[in-house]
Structures are given as C-alpha cells and as structure tokens.
Design a protein around this ligand. Structure first.
Ligand SMILES: *Cc1c(COP(=O)(O)O)cnc(C)c1O
Length: 854
C-alpha cells in the first residue's frame, strides 16, 4: 500500500535543547563545520544514516537521547556557544555595512530581491538541477557573509529535480521523491493570526493559481519559496510546483508566472509582515524570472496611474538581468499565442507586453529578450561569455558594433566555506577561518599557503584523495547492488580505486555541448592509460541528463558500459546521483578537474573553480572562466580546434590533445617524486593555484562586483525615477518617446577635417567639424562623438576610441560640433562621426538602440 500523504513526527525538545531548532533552521550550518559537529554529537550513527540532514536527524533522535543530552552540561554549553556564534554572525556589521545605506545620499540599497528558478544551497534542500542553481545558492551565501541585504525568491518543487539511478544496462532512471516541506529546513510565512499567507496569480478562463510561501534562512539572507501544492488549488494548479524543468510549455509558463508574478507578491507580503524595507533593486537570474518586471509594471500602473511606458521606465531603472547561456536552444521561449492567452486579462496592455519579448520569429516570445528590455543593466557570467552575449543579442541594438552592445560581464564565483575542505582551511591556506574573507576590501590574498611545507601540502592532498576513494568505493558498491548485483557479487568494489593514483574528475550536467564522452574517443588509448603499470590514472565521472534528453542518456549509457568492463572497473567509475553531497568529495579529492566543452558554449563553468579552491589543477578547454584565469601554472589549457566546422573532426583533434597533455605533461609531473616521495613540481602548481586562483574565484568577489557595478547604480537610478510620485519616470519616458519619434530625421550632413595635411605624422592632431541635422530635437538631446581607430581594407574601424564633440553653433535645425583627434599610432587610420541619444538617466549610450553614423 502507498500512503496518501506523509509527514514527520518529531520528539519535543527539552527546554535546554530548544536552541537546537534555531541552529537547524538557519542553513548557515551547511557552511559551518562546527555547527555540523554539534549535530553529529546528537547521535553519530543517526547522523550518518540521515546523510548529514539535521532536520531528519532531529526528527528521528529518540526522546531518551534528548533527555540525556539535556542533562549533559558540556553539550548544553557547546550548544550555547554555537548559538552565540550564529547570533554574532547575524548581527555584526560586515563589508556591506561599511558602504553606508543612507538612501538619501546615494547609499547602497536597503534591500535587493534576487529571483531564480533554482537554488542549490545544500543537498538537504534539493531545489536545483546544476550550475545555475548552485550559483544562486552561492550568491545568497556570499551575500550573507558580506552583509548584503538580499532576499531570494524561488519555487519549492515537491520533487526537486529528480534522483538519478541506473538500470542494469546503464540507462538513467529517474526517481521523483515526494518532499514534505515540514521535513525541510523551511518555515511557513504566516499572517498575524497564524494562518498561512496565500499568494494568488490570475490564470486564463477566470482560474486562479494559489501558493503558500516557505521561508528558508540562509545565514542573514531570507529565501522565499512559493509552493502551489495546497488545498486552495484545483488539482491541475496543485501540480505547478511539482518538479524543476519538467512538463510542457504550458506547465513551464505557469511556473514562471508563479515565480515572477507570485514572487513579487510574496515579497510584498513578506516585507509588510516583517517590516523589511521594500527592495529597490530586482535581480533576475536568467530569463525564467522575467515576469517579475511585468508585475512591477502592473503595480505602478495601478498604484500611481502611470502609463505602460512610464512604468517600464521606472521598473527598468532598478532591474538587473543576468544571462547565463550562449546555447541558443538554452534560451527560454514561449509561443506568442500562449502568452496572449495567459496575459489577456493581466492588467498590462497586451501589445506593449508582447513587444518586450519580441524576437526574429514573430510567433515566439523570448524571455532573454524580455530580460534585456526590462533590465537597464545586464551582464554575462565571464568575460568571454559577455563577449559572446554581445554578439548573440546584438540585433536588439541595431546600428551598433558588437563591442558597443550594453551587456557587461561579472565572472561567477564559488562560496569557499561551502566548497573548501576543512583540512585546507585549518592549515591556514586562506586568510580567515571563514575561508572567504569578508572584511577585506580590494584584492584578497591567500598567502598563508606559502608557509606550508611541500610535504604537508602533499599529505593533505593525499588525505583528501583517500577520502574520495572511500566514498567512491561506497557508492560503487551501492550502485552495483541497485543495478541487480547480489551481496556475494560486489566484493570487488572494496578495492576499486587507489589513494596513490592520479585522480581525474569529470562531473557536470550532460547536455551535448559538455561532451561527456569525448575522453572515450580512443577507448584503447584511454584504457592503456588507466592500466599503465608505472603511471596509471583513475577517473571518476558523474552527471545527470535532463529526463527528456535521450541523447544525453545514451552518452551516460556509453560511459557506464565502458566503465563496467571488469578489466578497468577498478580505475574508472560513473557514479549516479550527482548532487552537492557527492560533488564535495570530488572537489576535495580530485587532482585534476577535466572540462572539455565545445568552446564557447560554457558560459562560465564553476566546478573547476571549486576544484581549484582545494588545490585541484584544471585540465580544460579555454572556455568560460578558464579562458580568463588560466595562467600557465594552475593547470593546462586544452588547445581547441575553433572554427573547424566538422564537429567530428573537431572532437577528434581536441580529444587527441587531451590524451597528449595527459601523457606528456600531467602524468609525468604527478609521478615525478623527490627523495621524500613528494612530487615537488606538482605541489608547486597546487600551491600556485591556491594562492593565485583561489582569491579570484570567490563568490564574495563576485557579489562585491554585483553590488558595486550593478546594485548600487541601479538603486540610484531607481530612486531618481521614483522621486515625487514618479515625476522623473514620466518625464524621461516622454522624452524617450519624443526622441525616438524624431530619430529617423537625425543626419550627419557633413564632416570636415583639417590640420593633418596629405601625409599626417604621428603626434599631430586632426580637427573635426561636423554638421548635424536635428529637426525636432535639441543639441542637448544628443551626444555627437568622433570615433577613430585602426582601419582595415574594407574601411572597418577597429580598436575604436570615441571622444565627445562640443556643440559650437546652431542655425535652425542645423548644428555644428567640433573635436580634436590625436594621431597616436602609425599605420592605417580612420575616423567617423556618430550621433547618440543623451540623457543623464541612460546607463549606457547604446541603451535606446538608436545611433546615426556619418
Ligand atoms: C558546481 C556544480 C555544478 C556546476 O558545474 P559546471 O562546471 O558549471 O558545469 C553542477 N552541479 C553541482 C552539484 C555542482 O556542485
């Protein structure tokens, strides 16, 4: 029989142990080992069997044990210490508080909303599928460490993503657990009378989607998770938050409406009931959360009587959009007809709403385009990805060079206290015991690692590798049993892997661009390396395929079949069930982290950063973050066959490069030992990686960048726009309408250059005078620029510098502008003149997408 519903019955905590629930309910324990030690003391065996889930452990620990602990004075003292430590963490001013939050004086925002479809904080709260969610989780944790007043907004999926198993023939099996929120470290958001807060989102045909709001506490940061599986809903609506990235377009649209529209409503409810200041900045982590902007437009139209364009002006100013994928198939798009059906009665003019998501295909509504149009500030997640995104979305800014497209980049980071092995932190490799310094402004240094003798560093690496080997053995055994082997047949699993063999990790989701099976290109060669009697390597592999992606599942099956070979199964393993809990062991223990995506489709990649924080050396295609921070000593760059159109040939070339690097560089260096058995040159690479790469990949560095480059400027813009009942937003919107209406008549009529003669010499200058026609506009409405630089055979300008030209004279609608251009370089030189809109409220001159060039 199956239970209709399930819930968790837990023992009442005796009075002296009451603070335990406070500790359990704040997810700071997920990155605070001392608190986890305390939980373990509750009942070490139970802690093991509960997989380190304190809510579960506390739910199952016996009343007798609790009674005994309540009388154990040492335990109660330790408990109090842990609670004091948490309270201090929550209350002390951190980095952000030093910025000043005096809103009247351009201070940092008093609160920021961060929307994401997934959050990966701990394996205990499985609300993530991969990198995007883990990044969101790390963003919240680092924000907490820095004291940034962020509020996360997401959905509570009752089955999470899915749990991965394997069939006997290596096919991915999906299991959808049924998570009971009462067994999770979350609390219901309640009305003052104790009843649950209910959020509603209108659906077509007069239906309504209702949701409860669960609060997770991530250190100082609150995360709100909307849950539709409640009595108030009809059966179809109850299933909206069933699972992450499942279902058809209709289902996904409902999820995104709940996230965006319901999310804003949940925020309003949360702020009102807790006295939290309303967010000034809204950050959409990827396009899924874009409807939050529509809801805010609707709010302003209703509350302040703003027209759509005026409300858009106000909303954009406080919105930050981050795009995460350069894979066109990864962009979220809906049939336009579906949007029309769902938003017909929403309260925002449909025509205007549809324009926000317009793209090349007139039948589609593009969530990334909407994100870019709704966010005055936008970024990609590594320098290379910023570059690729400017190209990918350049048709939203016609007339501009790709380099002018207003999409910047902030390279992702990872949360050191979550991902760094405790032993390394204890050795003092990082500046503070938190592993992730929060008080230091500017560049952070991990100089502590310089004081550690090579032998000690190597000993730690071996300890971490040995721990991974234990974990691999445990998991290989479990997997064999789950795939149908009997106890009598799994004896071999006890000796798989070797704590002294070079260990390579490859773990990530399995979309085709990540090329899970590239290493199998020449199976005989790989096999020979695995079995090399002198210098063997071992490979641990993991990753989930999206349930609807049979191609990905075939790749997994191919990998499993290869690893099933009794001749090599002691050196290679595919471990099902990749999640945060498994990932930690991999990052700690792998010597080399392999990453071979099809460049440039990996927007950033973060797993290699986590490996680097533990002294792992990356062996990676120069894509995402590795393109930026590979420095020749922190690992190896796999040469790419960029531009080779034949995918098969490209795979061949790049796979061969991996084998070559392994056999000529990686393996020799790992096995080259000094008199004490230490691979001195390897350890120097480890040390270099910790010292130089460690500080760059920190999530605190990333969150500081977001605060300084995007959140603070966005808050300023939003404040300006909302002053005096949104008067500036109305004025700016009117100005934009007027400007765009007149733009087609803007013309650079004539440009004169004097001073350079026929054969100009370096060091001389060029005086430019441009005649510009601006019928209907004022000179102050535009900025006229001289643009100059190197020129190619087709007269294309490169390495362009721009200087503003000064207004000199006006005759009717004709205006003259002048500038002096220095000739600083020898060789072919060219210049032009262009006219751009000008307003103090533009974040970027390309923002309005119009430009007129001579
Ligand atoms: C870091 C991480 C990812 C993302 O890894 P990429 O290198 O960005 O693909 C995915 N899943 C888990 C469990 C992770 O820890």
């Amino acid at each position: 029989m199956r239970a209709l519903r399930r819930f968790t019955v837990r023992a009442a905590l005796p009075e002296p142990l009451l603070p335990l629930s406070q500790l359990v309910m704040n997810l700071r324990w997920s990155w605070h080992p001392e608190t986890r030690d305390l939980f373990e003391t509750l009942d070490p065996a139970l802690w093991q069997s509960c997989g380190g889930d304190p809510v579960k452990a506390l739910g199952e620990v016996s009343a007798e044990r609790l009674a005994a602990l309540a009388k154990d004075r040492r335990f109660v003292r330790r408990l109090q210490d842990a609670v004091d430590d948490l309270e201090e963490y929550l209350a002390t001013p951190r980095w952000y508080q030093s910025l000043g939050t005096d809103t009247a004086n351009g201070g940092a925002p008093a609160s920021i909303a961060y929307f994401s479809a997934e959050f990966g904080i701990t394996e205990v709260l499985p609300q993530y599928s991969g990198g995007l969610g883990i990044l969101a989780g790390d963003h919240l944790k680092a924000a907490s460490d820095l004291g940034v007043p962020l509020i996360g907004v997401g959905l509570l999926y009752r089955a999470g993503y899915f749990e991965q198993g394997l069939s006997s023939d290596g096919w991915q099996l999906e299991h959808y657990p049924s998570l009971d929120p009462h067994g999770l470290p979350v609390k219901l958001l309640r009305e003052p009378d104790g009843s649950a807060v209910v959020i509603s989102v209108p659906l077509p045909e007069g239906r309504t989607l209702y949701a409860h709001v669960w609060r997770a506490q991530v250190g100082r940061v609150t995360l709100l998770l909307l849950d539709s599986d409640i009595e108030e809903n009809a059966p179809a609506e109850r299933g909206v938050t069933d699972r992450l990235y499942g279902g058809d377009e209709d289902h996904r649209l409902r999820q995104e409406m709940l996230l965006g529209i319901g999310g804003v409503r949940a925020l309003r409810a949360y702020c009102a009931r807790t006295g939290t200041p309303a967010p000034e900045v809204f950050h959409a982590n990827e396009g899924h959360a874009g409807f939050s902007g529509l809801e805010r437009i609707r709010e302003l139209m209703e509350s302040h009587g703003l027209a759509f364009a005026e409300a858009l002006q106000a909303v954009r100013s406080g919105t930050v959009f981050t795009t995460h994928t350069p894979v066109p198939a990864g962009i979220d798009r809906f049939p336009k007809a579906l949007i029309e059906r769902y938003f017909a009665g929403f309260g925002v003019p449909l025509h205007d709403l549809l324009a926000l998501g317009a793209e090349e295909d007139p039948a589609k509504y593009n969530m990334a385009h909407m994100g870019l149009r709704l966010g005055q500030r936008a970024n990609g997640v590594s320098e290379l990805h910023g570059h690729v995104s400017r190209g990918m979305f350049s048709n939203l800014w016609p007339g501009f060079d790709e380099s002018d497209v207003p999409i910047g980049s902030i390279t992702n980071g990872v949360h050191a206290p979550t991902w760094t092995a405790r032993e390394l932190v204890d050795m003092g490799t990082q500046t503070s015991s938190q592993g992730d310094p929060v008080e230091v402004d500017g560049p952070v240094h991990f100089d502590g690692v310089d004081g550690i003798p090579a032998g000690d560093l190597w000993a730690i690496r071996r300890t971490l590798r040995a721990r991974l080997v234990e974990e691999v053995r445990r998991r290989v055994r479990e997997t064999a049993l789950s795939r149908g082997a009997t106890e009598a047949e799994v004896g071999w699993t006890e000796t798989v892997f070797d704590p002294d063999v070079l260990t390579i990790g490859f773990a990530r989701r399995v979309p085709s661009y990540k090329r899970l099976t590239l290493m199998l290109r020449d199976p005989a060669r790989l096999k020979a390396m695995l079995l090399d009697p002198e210098r063997p390597l071992q490979l641990v592999i993991a990753g989930k395929s999206h349930p609807a992606d049979d191609g990905g599942k075939k790749l997994i099956q191919q990998m499993v079949e290869f690893a099933d070979d009794p001749e090599i199964r002691h050196r290679i393993a595919f471990l099902p069930g990749y999640d945060i809990g498994m990932a930690r062991y991999l990052y700690w223990g792998c010597d080399v982290w392999l990453n071979n995506p099809l460049r440039p489709l990996e927007a950033c990649g973060t797993s290699g950063m986590k490996s680097a924080l533990n002294g792992g050396l990356n062996l990676s295609i120069r894509d995402g973050w590795w393109d930026e921070w590979f420095d020749g000593q922190n690992g190896w760059a796999i040469p790419t066959a960029d531009g080779v159109a034949d995918a098969d040939r490209r795979d061949e070339v790049e796979a061969r490069a991996i084998y070559e690097l392994l056999s000529t560089q990686v393996l020799p260096r790992f096995y080259e030992r000094d008199g004490e058995g230490v691979p001195a040159r390897w350890v120097e690479m480890v040390r270099h990686t910790l010292r130089e790469t460690g500080p760059k990949v920190l999530a605190t560095r990333m969150v500081r960048d977001y605060v300084q480059a995007l959140y603070v400027p966005a808050a300023r813009s939003a404040r300006v726009m909302s002053a005096d009942g949104y008067t500036p937003a109305r004025a700016e919107s009117q100005w934009r309408g007027h400007l765009l209406h007149n733009w087609s008549t803007v013309r650079v009529a004539h440009v004169e250059a004097t001073g350079a003669g026929d054969t100009p010499e370096i060091g001389s200058t060029l005086a430019l005078r441009a005649e510009v026609e601006l019928p209907g506009l004022e000179p102050g409405d535009v900025q006229v620029q001289a643009a100059y630089g190197r020129v190619d055979d087709a007269d294309g300008l490169h390495d362009v510098t721009t200087v503003p030209m000064a207004h000199e004279q006006t005759e009717g609608s004709r205006h003259w502008f002048t500038a002096t251009v220095p000739l600083e370089r020898t060789g072919a030189f060219g210049y032009t003149v262009r006219v751009l809109p000008h307003s103090e409220h533009l974040a970027d001159p390309a923002e309005l997408g119009v430009v007129t060039t001579a």
